[in-house]
Design a protein around this ligand. Structure first.
Ligand code: ASP
Length: 439
C-alpha cells in the first residue's frame, strides 16, 4: 500500500504545524511520498509566503530594492527551521534566490520558491529524499501541462526512492525554466504524483475535516460529506465549493485512485472520501449544495424558433466570436436563454446583442442581470422521487422566486437560477429541507 500525502499551507504555516504534519506522516509507513505547499497564514491577518514572494519579485522586476522583503521571507523559514531544531541553513538557497531575482528569473520561479524551500525543510526533518518538482513535472512550450512526459519522469524517479518529498505547485519546461500551476496548485501536484506511481490513496491534508454539504459562511455548522464521487465534486467545485483545486481530479480519476481529504488539526476525523463510484448511499438525498452569484441571462425570442435549423448554433456563435463561454442554455419553444458571467459579459454586451441580431435574426433580445445559480448535487437523486418537488416547495415557502431550472439528463444535479439577493435564503431553504429536516 502506498499513500501520497499532500499538506496545504495552513498545515505547514509554522514549526508546530510542521511537527503535526510530520507526526501524521510517520504514523503510517505507507505515507511514502509527501507534497508540501508553501507556508500559509498562521493567523487570519497573516500573509502567505507565496504572496510575499510575488510582492518581492515585483520589486525586483521593477529594479527596486527588495532586501527587506526577502529577509522577511527568510525569517519565516528560519523560524520553522529553528522551531524544528534542525541543524540546517538556508543561507546558500537565499543567496541563489536573490541572484535569480536580480536576473529576473520570472514570477513563476519566484512563487515556486515557497514550495521548494518548504520541501527542503520537510525532507531534512523527515529524513526523506528531496525530489525537485522541476525535474519531474513537465510543461509544454505553450505552457500546458504535459501529463505523459510527467508520468514517465515521475515514475522513473520515484521508483528509485522509497520515501521522498516533492514540492507542490510547480514544474518546468523542457529547458528547465520553472512554471507554476494556478494558485492552489499544490493539490494538483499531489494528484499527479499519486497518478504517476499508481498510489492506493491520495491523502490531502488541510485545515477542515473534509467537504461540507453547504458553504459554512451561509449555513452554521453544516454537516460534512463522508463520500462523494468525482463527478459530484466537479459539479460542486465548479459552482464555487472550494477545498480542493478544480483540476485535481483528472490525474487520479484516470487511475481510479480515491482522494481522502483530512484535517491536520483533527487527524482522528476520517474526513471526506472522493471516489470514482460507490454503492454507499449519501446520508441525505442530496450530497451538496453550491452556487455563485453574478450571472446574466440573455433571453432570445423568435417565433417558430423550434423549427429553424441552426438557430442555436448561430446564437452561440455570437458569444464565441466575442470570446465568451456560456454556463447554461435552457430553451423553450420560441425562446432560448444563454447564461453568462456578468463581469465577462458586461463590456461586450452591445456587441454581442448586435451579433445575435446579425447572425440569427431574432424577434427580441432581453437581458437580465444579477442572477445567482445554485447547483443541488446528488447521486441519490436518480433513484429518489420528488427531489425537484421538495426543492421548489422549500423555495416557495422561503419566498424565493425561481428564474431558471435546469436538470441535466444525468440526474446528478439540478441547477436553479434566483436573484442575487435571494441566494443565501435559497441555499438555507434547500439545506433545511434535505438535511436539517432529516436529522
Ligand atoms: N502556495 C501556492 C498558493 O498559495 C500553491 C498552494 O498552496 O497550493 O497558491
Amino acid at each position: 500500500m502506498v499513500k501520497v500525502v499532500k499538506f496545504g499551507g495552513s498545515s505547514l504555516a509554522d514549526a508546530d504545524q510542521v511537527k503535526k504534519a510530520a507526526a501524521i506522516i510517520k504514523e503510517e509507513k505507507e505515507r511514502r511520498y509527501v507534497v508540501p505547499s508553501a507556508p500559509g497564514k498562521r493567523t487570519s491577518g497573516d500573509t502567505k509566503v507565496t504572496d510575499m514572494l510575488y510582492q518581492t519579485y515585483d520589486l525586483a522586476e521593477s529594479d527596486q530594492n527588495f532586501d527587506k522583503e526577502l529577509l522577511a521571507i527568510k525569517a519565516r523559514y528560519d523560524e520553522i527551521v529553528f522551531g524544528l531544531g534542525l541543524d540546517f541553513s538556508l543561507d546558500y538557497e537565499f543567496r541563489t534566490i536573490k541572484e535569480n531575482f536580480k536576473n529576473k528569473a520570472g514570477r513563476d520561479y519566484a512563487a515556486s520558491r515557497g514550495e521548494y524551500l518548504n520541501g527542503r525543510i520537510m525532507a531534512a526533518y523527515l529524513d526523506y529524499e528531496f525530489v525537485d518538482a522541476a525535474e519531474v513535472i513537465r510543461f509544454d512550450e505553450d505552457g500546458t501541462f504535459d501529463p505523459d512526459t510527467t508520468a514517465k519522469l515521475m515514475k522513473k524517479r520515484l521508483d528509485k526512492t522509497d520515501n521522498a518529498v516533492i514540492p507542490g505547485f510547480y514544474g518546468a519546461y523542457a529547458d528547465g525554466r520553472v512554471k507554476t500551476f494556478s494558485r492552489g496548485g499544490s493539490d494538483i501536484t499531489g494528484s499527479i504524483v499519486a497518478g504517476a506511481i499508481k498510489a492506493d490513496v491520495y491523502e490531502n491534508w488541510t485545515d477542515v475535516s473534509g467537504f461540507m454539504v453547504a458553504d459554512p459562511r451561509i449555513i452554521d455548522n453544516p454537516e460534512s460529506i463522508d463520500t462523494i464521487t468525482y463527478r459530484e465534486l466537479r459539479e460542486l467545485a465548479y459552482m464555487g465549493a472550494s477545498v480542493l483545486h478544480e483540476d485535481v481530479i483528472f490525474p487520479v480519476r484516470k487511475e481510479g485512485i480515491p482522494i481522502n481529504i483530512r484535517n491536520t488539526n483533527d487527524p482522528k476525523a476520517s474526513g471526506t472520501w472522493i471516489v470514482e463510484s460507490t454503492c454507499q448511499k449519501s446520508k441525505y438525498v442530496i450530497t451538496g449544495i453550491a452556487g455563485k452569484k453574478g450571472f446574466c441571462s440573455v433571453n432570445i425570442e423568435k417565433d417558430l424558433m423550434n423549427s429553424e435549423i441552426g438557430f442555436g448554433r448561430k446564437v452561440l456563435q455570437a458569444f464565441e466570436d466575442y470570446g465568451l463561454s456560456f454556463e447554461h442554455v435552457p430553451s423553450g419553444i420560441d425562446t432560448l436563454t444563454v447564461f453568462v458571467h456578468q463581469d465577462e459579459f458586461m463590456d461586450k454586451e452591445q456587441q454581442v446583442v448586435s451579433a445575435i441580431h446579425r447572425l440569427a435574426d431574432p424577434d427580441t433580445i432581453d437581458i437580465e442581470s444579477d442572477i445567482a445559480l445554485i447547483a443541488v448535487v446528488g447521486r441519490g437523486m436518480k433513484s429518489t422521487r420528488g427531489t425537484a418537488g421538495r426543492i421548489f416547495s422549500a423555495l416557495a415557502h422561503a419566498n424565493v422566486n425561481v428564474k431558471m431550472i435546469d436538470q441535466g439528463s444525468s440526474e446528478l444535479n439540478i441547477i436553479i437560477g434566483v436573484a442575487n439577493q435571494d441566494f443565501e435564503a435559497a441555499i438555507k431553504a434547500i439545506y433545511d429541507i434535505f438535511v436539517t429536516a432529516a436529522v
